[in-house]
Write a protein that binds this ligand. Structure first.
Ligand code: NAP
Ligand code: MG
Length: 493
């Protein structure tokens, strides 16, 4: 039986005002798993009403007490990790090991971020005047909206929601319509851990139907968004009209650079994992392999051999190495890019087809696809495909490799393989992305380091790491004058 779930508003699980639903579908089988409310403006209004009211008292709860609830949530997630991972694989397709990792990241991050309850450090500094004390403290912004994609259904929401909560904000959470059950599981855990009513509000629904009312409501003070560039850009254009702060984590076109002195065995393992893990649907996926010419032939042959041998299938099967892509729209888009690559004169070395043999025909599966003879300015080397497609780009030197790496509109993650420490340090200095891996692929973030990218990958924010409070707090400077007389700063008499 297909179960129907509700929104969570003001501490109650309630239907959408319209009563309309949408289906949560398994991309490996196209089976309908659950129904969720298709919310609209009235639902958002109810959520913002609740979050606005709850903010009045939540901001006054001592931060270590707020953190205790979040530590409890992390413990509950740990208990239910496997169950939640299975449900995540069912609704978005990535293999069970990866969905277990997704939830582990949420657990690690929640423990890490909740620790801010006993830090949230401010500054004290001398005043220029006698008998005057000066300090700056972080304060919550107010009601925040978290709008999230489907590819990390629990990790990314946790990166946005947990720091905001420990800092004293209240939340409207709009998850992707492709992963509602994982969002439900996370919010259910936060409820069980003891968050007061209205502190987190979950509004299910489709992009603009929920997104537009969030953008239009002046009471929503900030939006933390992770997703595609077109949607992020549209939020960036509209948010200032209602004075919202925004932080944007957007797309990627990440590269792995292979220099001629690289350990090729190691590099191949990393390339396969970075290009085809999560079916290439990671913001950090390696969709470009930039290789110095002496290694080109050997590397190409080995990538193609490994890509062809990857086992596609249902992510719940232990043997499966690569699951489906998220939906029919994405399958079509990935296949269109295969046509674009061929049309531009790149050589299709393997894949390039929708996988239709046996059980695969039931779902949205695409064969791991590798292009050779790719020029840096081709569309397949510039645009985010977000699927299991990677492009091999030959270069002559480290300098050229770095230039090619830096030549896209995105700047999230780069991996470089070299045994030469001098080359490694030049790469660390000159590669202009937010994340660099030396002798590792483009994926594998750790929660206690800042995460984000340069240029079109965002608007300068970094999630997680020591920067985790920046998007959800603002600074208040406080002066205490205990001189008992009128003192004027800047020596004005
Ligand atoms: P998306 O289509 O941009 O959607 C992201 C979220 O925005 C979803 O919840 C979506 O809702 C919502 N949305 C859509 N239209 C909206 C509107 N007009 N107003 C407000 N919200 C709206 O992205 P996606 O397909 O879910 O995720 C893939 C993208 O995310 C890729 O570009 C990837 O690189 C990026 N990503 C970036 C990072 C990073 O940290 N830099 C991490 C992961 C993913 P619905 O989809 O439910 O309609
Ligand atoms: Mg989308």
């Amino acid at each position: 039986m297909v179960v129907r779930y509700n929104n969570f508003i003001g501490g109650k699980w309630v239907n959408s005002v319209s009563g309309k639903n949408f289906e949560n579908v398994n991309p490996a089988t196209r089976e309908v798993l659950h129904l969720f409310p298709r919310s609209e403006g009235k639902d958002v209004k109810g959520a913002v009403d609740a979050a606005t009211e709850a903010f009045k008292s939540w901001r006054l709860v001592p931060a270590p007490k707020r953190a205790e609830i979040l530590f409890q949530a992390a413990a509950l997630l740990t208990e239910r990790k496997e169950e939640f991972a299975k449900e995540m694989t069912l609704e978005m397709g990535k293999i069970l090991k990866e969905t277990m990792g997704d939830i582990q990241e949420a657990i690690d991050f929640t423990f890490y971020a909740a620790g801010e309850g006993r830090r949230m450090l401010g500054d004290t500094t001398p005043s220029e005047l006698p008998n005057k004390f000066a300090m700056s403290v972080r304060m919550p912004i107010g009601v925040m909206a978290a709008i999230t994609p489907w590819n990390f259904p629990m990790a990314i929401p946790s990166w946005k929601i947990i720091p905001a909560l420990v800092a004293g904000n209240t939340i409207i959470f709009k998850p992707s319509q492709y992963t509602p059950k994982s969002a439900y599981n996370l919010v259910k855990v936060l409820e069980k851990a003891g968050l007061p009513p209205g502190v987190i509000n979950l509004v299910f629904g489709a992009g603009s139907e929920v997104g537009d009312p969030i953008l239009e409501d002046r009471r929503v003070a900030a939006i933390t968004f992770t997703g595609s560039n077109p949607v992020g850009t549209s939020i960036a254009e509209r948010a200032p009209k209602t004075n919202k702060r925004i932080s944007l984590e957007l797309g990627g076109k990440n590269a792995i650079i292979i220099l001629e002195d690289a350990d090729l065995d190691l590099a191949i393992d990393h390339i396969i994992w970075s290009a085809f893990g999560t079916s290439g649907q990671r913001c950090t996926a390696a969709s470009r392999i930039i290789v110095q010419k002496p290694l080109l032939k050997d590397l190409t042959e080995r990538i193609v051999e490994r890509a062809k041998s990857l086992r596609l299938g249902n992510g719940l099967e232990p043997k499966t190495e690569m699951g489906p892509v998220i939906n029919s729209e994405q399958l079509r888009k990935i296949h269109q890019y295969t046509g674009v690559g061929k049309g531009e004169g790149a050589t299709l070395l393997c894949g390039g087809e929708i996988a239709k043999n046996g059980e695969l025909a039931k779902g949205y599966f695409y064969k791991p696809t590798v292009f050779g003879d790719v020029k840096p300015n081709m569309r397949i080397a510039q645009e985010e495909i977000f699927g299991p497609t990677t492009a091999i780009i030959p270069v002559n030197s480290l300098e050229e490799a770095i230039e090619v790496n830096n030549s896209t509109e995105f700047g999230l993650s780069t991996g470089i393989f070299t045994e030469d420490v001098n080359n490694a340090f030049i790469a660390m200095r000159d590669i202009y992305t937010g994340i660099i891996y030396i002798n590792a692929g483009t994926i594998g973030a750790e929660v206690h380091l800042p995460f984000g990218g340069t240029r079109g990958t965002g608007n300068g924010h970094r999630a997680a790491g020591q920067t985790l409070l920046d998007e959800c707090t603002e600074w208040k400077s406080i002066f205490v004058d205990y001189s008992g007389k009128l003192q004027k700063a800047q020596a004005i008499d």
